[in-house]
Write a protein that binds this ligand. Sequence first.
Ligand SMILES: [Zn+2]
Length: 483
Amino acid sequence: MGHSTLFRRTLLLYAAMIFAAVAARGDTIVLKNGRRIVAFNVREEGDKVKYETSAGELSLPKSIVDHIEKGGGVPMGDSPAAAAASLAITPPAMAATSGGTEIESGAVHDGAIDREYIGKLEVEARSGGQRANMSAALAHHAAAQLELARGDMEHALADERTALTYAPEEPALLMNVAYLHLRRSEYKQSLDYLERARRVAPENADIAKLAGWAYYGMNKMDQAVAEWKRALALRPDPEVKAALDKAQRDKQEEESYKENESSHFTLRYSGAAEPALAREVLRTLEGHFSAIESELNFTPPDSIGVVLYTQQAFADITQAPRWVGALNDGRIRVPVQGLGGVTPELSRVLKHELTHSFVGQKSRSHAPTWIQEGLAQWMEGKRSGGSASVLAQVYKEGHAPPLEELEGSWMGLPTDTAANAYAWSLANIEYIVQTDGMGDIERILDRIGSGSSTEAALREVLHSDYNDLMQSTAQYLRKTYGQ
Ligand SMILES: [Zn+2]
């Protein structure tokens, strides 16, 4: 009985922490070497500065901190996409054309899009010449701008693409489509449009600016730096200057690392690590890559960054607590000190972290934490046998955590609550995979990636809501592991 009371209390605390995480704005810790760390709940305690990240509560010696900026920061998410999305870059402006203002106010007025007006322009464009086509393009562009302002990326992209069909050579439209792909973390697609724009307008500074962003998001720092330097040479721009400084800092920090590449990975390791070990890690990762690729029927388009650390460098750079074995914050970061080769334990960790990269890219960084962690555990080979009886009992008593509470960040969860969150996540994924196969997971991730909420995706694919899923999972645990 004591167990379930404790569990309920932990859950309440847990819900409160999730709420706090959502409500809080990030603070920025500025180190004396210029590095900036955006984090939640930054506070000074004795000679330490403590803060929270997705890896748990971390601390820095006060002596290396220059100052703390309160509020306003956007905390880093769990993907390179999130890091790239935190760059402050505004959409490219459309040059004024004659009659442009009239068309804009015809297409968008009173806070709404006038589809009838746009339809008329489209009819005229079909029979008209270049000018009529440009008008239809401008009208769709105006609609896209309104949708973008409302955060509706999907419709903004559809309208901007339609605009482009009426004026396929217009650099501003090509750049706006590229910009929307960037906002959706679709770097390859973005670069395709930027290349087209560059053929028409080779000296345009905005093209280089956006291309820098795309390379930055793809973790290709050299190319990002080159594009942003080019953009600055063409036109001074404080946004580009800030982005370039950030990329150069990132680059510098990692220049002390040697580099290795395989077909899907860019691997860096600190000087002390054995090159032979690095090669073996790459081979292991490539093996896991093929396995996960065929299980999820998906190939991540962007190269995956991996950093191997000695234990000390890992602790210094990630500031992670000692219990954190490895991290995936967009790059897979693994401490390997003292290892002569890839142990079964390291191989398991690599597969777990690699799964996060697949799920992140497949769902465009929108997968909820319970799917991320459930699937990563499933892929590394964990099963629910050990926890089934406890979970089934907790469910029977009505104390299982609602899945919607496991969607957001698990940052700062108390250890035992986090353990329960991991166990339920694995159990739900295990139930889905064992009942209907990995194809269902694949379809759920695709729907989440195209903007669906997780529960809506479950309804479409499994015909279940969160309550149904938890009930089926509890039944599955009893039936499979006997209770
Ligand atoms: Zn994980």
